[in-house]
Design a protein around this ligand. Structure first.
Ligand code: GLC
Length: 476
């Protein structure tokens, strides 16, 4: 039996800002199928978490966390959801705030969380053989697990969901945080800064990331955010495992958010579209295909490319809707676009899960031209709702979407290689051409309806990783 403890800063359905929460939420559910693995999850307890969840929490105990010359109290609480046990670390000073990130002391907040996780291991009736950390917020927990060895023989796995965020702080606060010798600084510093992600890459027994292509890309300076050498050094312990999604959760035949449920009938997608466009006030045009973007409005998502060519593309007989919030630059751009093309474009500058699902159900095409994309979940959700993804060939997008090929009739979407606006425009034009050719469109649509990325295979790969580490434990 493997006991595995996930350490993360967010987890659906309790608290979510992005794809990390979806993965930390759904992977333990998928691993539940394997009798020999018991996964539990430990998270910070944010004030922001919904009262309904808070009311279900039970208190386990309290302890002190020494942060250099200061002491902070931590409390552990727990709840069980869908047969998985979740632990929450509470501390008023660090986590009773609005939202979950974006504070000047985020680094310190998650160093505290990481130290509290290590301390909590002494107080739980669950002794993990494997501590599995996700992203930089859990990085120091992985480093400290290796340095302090709180549980005999416990191994560590660290998953990179996005190498862009590393949790970087001035080095001179090392002594304010840690009770470990200065000899450990070299494993924790990068460019004379304390770096949580690098610390985990240095200390983890195994490193995973969320797609095989991204595992290769991050060894390359264009994608590595400075850490390519580090990853090159550890390449024997680095693997890419593609994320899955919860296919019961994202299921158009039962999703209560939709106007009309469907399995794959295009006529039903059109009914959804009609209702959606009435709701948001974009005139419905039966003949023009609907292209959508649903994303955080940030540079990573390739929005500069979209900005460059959307006026030109909207000259064609198409409609376009974007949903999301983010950088003012993009929010402003899309709002202005709607203003210029009131009959063709709509900008929904909001984060609304119901609206997002209604969009996936209504659209013909989903545009995701990311500059980099460790895995990407939205293209997988689009496939579930029978919406054709148009992506840039990077990271997980490359590993999940294969371009439609008229010669073989294979492919579940469209893609382009270089981060170049006109390559995007060309592929958008090409997608329209295929759409207007009923025979080709039908073949593509059929491929899309058959394309599905559940957790089944990927969960199995994680099990293999855990088992290889626990074998090391047994055989030394
Ligand atoms: C991050 C990545 C995204 C990935 C998600 C879950 O949000 O940017 O590509 O799908 O983590 O692993």
């Amino acid at each position: 039996m493997n006991n595995i403890l996930f350490v993360a800063s967010e987890c659906a359905p309790f608290i979510k800002t992005g794809g990390l929460a979806d993965v930390v939420g759904s992977l333990p559910q998928a691993l539940k199928q394997y009798e020999k693995q018991e996964v539990r999850v430990i998270l910070p307890l944010y004030d922001e978490m919904d009262e309904n969840w808070k009311n279900k929490l039970e208190y386990i105990g309290s302890f002190d966390v020494e942060l250099g010359w200061r002491t902070q109290e931590a409390h552990i609480l727990t709840l069980t959801y869908n047969q998985i046990i979740y632990y929450f670390i509470s501390n008023d000073y660090y986590f009773t705030r609005k939202g979950i990130y974006g504070y000047y002391d985020d680094g310190e907040r998650f160093v505290f969380f990481s130290q509290a996780v290590i301390e909590a291991l002494k107080h739980l009736d669950f002794k993990p053989q494997i501590l599995h950390g996700h992203d930089w917020q859990a990085g120091m927990a992985i480093a400290l697990a290796n340095i302090l060895k709180p549980i005999d023989g416990m191994k560590t796995v660290f998953t990179i969901h996005n190498i862009q965020y590393q949790g970087v702080m001035p080095l001179d606060i090392y002594e304010d945080f840690f009770h470990i010798g200065r000899e450990h600084i070299s494993g924790m510093e990068w460019n004379r800064m304390l770096n949580c992600l690098k610390s985990a890459l240095f200390h983890a027994d195994k490193i995973t990331t969320v797609s095989p292509s991204y595992a290769e890309e991050i060894k390359n300076p264009y994608y590595s955010e400075g850490l390519h050498q580090m990853l090159e050094n550890r390449s024997e312990d680095l693997v890419g495992v593609i994320n899955g999604i919860d296919i019961r959760e994202y299921n158009p035949s039962s999703d209560p958010s939709l106007f009309v449920n469907y399995r794959s009938a295009r006529s039903k997608k059109k009914e959804n579209r009609l209702k959606l466009q009435q709701k948001i006030g974009l005139p419905y045009k039966e003949e023009s295909p609907l292209y959508i973007i649903v994303t955080r409005l940030v540079e990573q998502k390739g929005l500069h490319l979209v900005q460059h060519i959307m006026d030109e593309f909207l000259e064609k007989d198409v409609q376009f809707i974007v949903l999301g919030t983010g950088d003012a630059e993009f929010e402003g751009y899309f709002s202005a676009l709607q203003h210029r093309y009131p009959d063709k474009a709509a900008a929904l500058i909001t984060f609304d899960e119901t609206l997002a699902r209604q969009l996936y159900a209504s659209a013909d095409f989903f545009i995701m031209p990311s500059k980099f994309e460790p895995c990407g979940l939205s293209q997988l959700i689009a496939l579930q709702y029978k919406t054709v993804p148009i992506v840039r060939e990077t990271g997980g997008l490359k590993d999940t979407i294969s371009p439609y090929n008229v010669l073989t009739g294979e492919g579940n979407g469209f893609s382009f290689a270089n981060y170049n606006a006109h390559e995007l425009l060309n592929v958008l034009d090409y997608s329209l051409e295929i759409y207007n050719n009923p025979a080709e469109w039908q073949k593509l649509y059929k491929n899309v309806t058959k394309s599905q990325f559940s957790w089944k295979d990927s969960a199995h790969q994680y099990v293999t990783i855990y088992e290889s580490l626990s074998r090391e434990l047994v055989y030394g």
